[in-house]
Structure formats: C-alpha cells, structure tokens
Design a protein around this ligand. Structure first.
Ligand code: 6PG
Length: 224
C-alpha cells in the first residue's frame, strides 16, 4: 500500500526522503550484508544528496535510474550532479558507483548498463516531472509497455536528447520505492498520478504507484 509523507516544504521533504532511504538501506544491510540503491537526477534531490555526503556508504552499491547521454562533466549529467553534491564530498567508494557509460553510444551504454544491474534493487529513488514523467519515461513513450527489458536507450523528443533509463519491470520489482515530488508545478500531475485512473502511458510516474512512499511538500499539495 502506498504511503504519502506530507512535509511543509521541499527541503523538509528531501530531508525526510533521505532519512527514509538510509533507514531502508540499513535494514537491507542488516538482512543481507549489503544494499543496492538507484537514484534519480533533477534538482529536487540536491539537499538530500548533500545530507548523504555526511554518512558512510561502504556497503551500498549505487546506480542511476536514468542518465542523460552527455559527457560526465556536462552540467546535465546526473552522474556529475550526484558526484558534485554527494559522491565526491562524501568520499563515496568509487568501486561502488555504477554509472551509465555515456562515452558509448546510447544503445551500447544501455546494453552495458543492463548487464551490471542487480536482479532487484533494495531502494529506488524516483522523481516526477510536471508532466508526470519519471526516470526518462515520458508520457506516450512506448517503452512504458516494455515489461521484459531492464534498461534502454530512449530518445526524449521534448529535450531533444538521448537518455538511458531503467524500464518498468525493474522499477516495479524494487523492494522499496521512494518518490520525491515537490513544488507547485507538480501539483496537477501528482493529483492525477495518485488519485487518477491507472494509466502509466499517460502518467508514467504511476509505475509502482502502490508500492511507493511519496514524499511531497505543501506546494505539490495532494491532501488525499
Ligand atoms: C532526470 C530525472 C527525472 C527527474 C524529474 C524531476 O534525469 O531528469 O531522473 O526523472 O527525477 O524530472 O526532476 P526535478 O527534481 O528537477 O523536478
């Protein structure tokens, strides 16, 4: 059953989401000795990543929910964003970081990435766009119906950009999913995603809707 954690503002939501992620990883480590986490990009996670930088992560293997097919020093890179705000300052063990190799073609990067993925993630952190996209699955994207694949290259017309994204099967299989959705520009999408009919082709963030813990702020609303 999904759970909604309502926070007063984006900072409080990011903090609460971050502490939930660490709690979930801790129990995975207690149970199995290690844990796997996939994180998303975008701007909302910044304070959460900065908080993560204060903790030790030796037993966590880190992956990316999606990546823009740009060089790793490009400001649009999700790897760069996480590295600048967390992995670098937090001295995250480099050998535990599984980035998408965007130096390859999008198709080859997706193939290589899929091979590296765990069978099942302990925790997946996702964001949501104002159009209800999640990962790099945007409304109308045929890959939303791909129930077998793990990761794929996807052309995002809206951004005129190739990306590599996790696919629905691995998103749905996660032991735990947290979605951080904050800001007034997300209010309409959040209501449709949480309360509307299940239609992930139109509202991709409905993928794994029932399993997820939703961290929202007052601006994004959703009073249930
Ligand atoms: C990406 C993300 C994407 C993001 C949402 C929300 O690569 O852009 O993975 O799915 O989570 O667009 O982004 P904001 O946090 O910036 O609103």
């Amino acid at each position: 059953m999904s759970r909604i954690v309502r926070c007063k503002d984006a900072l409080a939501a990011a903090d609460s989401c971050g502490h939930e992620i660490m709690k979930l990883l801790e129990s995975a480590i207690t149970e199995r000795g290690s844990a796997t986490l996939a994180i998303s990009g975008g701007s909302s996670p910044k304070p959460m990543f900065q908080m993560f930088a204060k903790f030790a992560w030796e037993k966590v293997q880190l992956y990316f929910v999606d990546e823009r097919c740009v060089p790793i020093d490009d400001p649009q890179s999700n790897f760069k964003f996480a590295n600048d705000n967390w992995l670098g300052p937090g001295r995250f063990p480099k050998e535990n970081v599984h980035r998408v190799h965007t130096e390859l073609s999008p198709q080859d990067a997706a193939k290589a990435y899929a091979v590296e993925l765990p069978q099942q993630f302990d925790v997946i952190h996702r964001g949501m766009g104002p159009d209800a996209h999640t990962a790099s699955l945007f409304p109308g994207e045929a890959l939303i119906n791909d129930k077998d694949g793990l990761a794929a290259a996807v052309w995002v017309e809206k951004m005129k950009q190739w990306r590599v994204t996790l696919l629905p099967r691995i998103l749905e299989d996660a032991r735990n999913t947290v979605v951080l959705a904050t800001g007034a520009d997300k209010a309409q999408a959040l209501k449709a995603v949480l309360d509307g009919p299940y239609d992930p082709m139109r509202y991709p963030c409905q993928i794994a809707r029932e399993q997820a813990i939703w961290f929202v702020d007052e601006a994004a609303g959703h009073q249930g």
